[in-house]
Design a protein around this ligand. Structure first.
Ligand code: DQA
Length: 141
């Protein structure tokens, strides 16, 4: 399968950022592990701190790619525009969060993206991405 992982703002700092919440591994190191674990999938990766760039990438890949896994970071809780972009494309999208957003501040319990996505995987650390790949690998089977 062709799978695109999109990470939103501040996720470029994984491994350095609030390590008590997000862990000490960089995403670059983690995605190497994912690619080794799933040689049968082509896993592309895009990270941006800019809402419009995330939307542009959803538009660019979202009519052809088999699945998109997105962690929109804080835009999850604010961005109707990213939610609308997910609704506007045809590729299935799964929402992912590293931390258990439901056990944190109230504002993190609101996801504008959740109802536009096929499903959400939340709170399993970086393993949330692997679980999302397991989920999308079942699509169209
Ligand atoms: C996050 C949770 C968001 O609330 C936060 O703004 C992030 C990371 C997560 O993966 O746990 O940047 O999406």
């Amino acid at each position: 399968m062709n799978i695109l992982i999109i990470n939103g703002p501040n996720l470029n700092l994984l491994g350095k950022r609030q390590t008590d919440i997000y862990g000490t591994q960089s995403f670059e190191a983690y995605i190497d592990e994912l690619r080794q674990l799933y040689p049968q999938h082509r896993i592309a990766y895009f990270q941006s701190n800019c809402e419009g760039a995330i939307i542009d990438r959803l538009h660019a890949d979202g009519f052809a790619i088999d699945a998109i896994v997105i962690n929109a970071g804080a835009y999850t809780h604010t961005s109707i525009a990213i939610a609308d972009a997910i609704r506007s494309i045809t590729s299935p999208v799964v929402e992912v969060h590293i931390s258990n957003v439901n056990a944190r501040e109230d504002y993190r319990r609101v996801s504008y993206l959740a109802e536009a996505c096929r499903g959400s995987i939340v709170g399993f650390g970086l393993d949330s991405y692997r679980l999302a790949i397991e989920a999308v690998a079942q699509f169209n089977k």
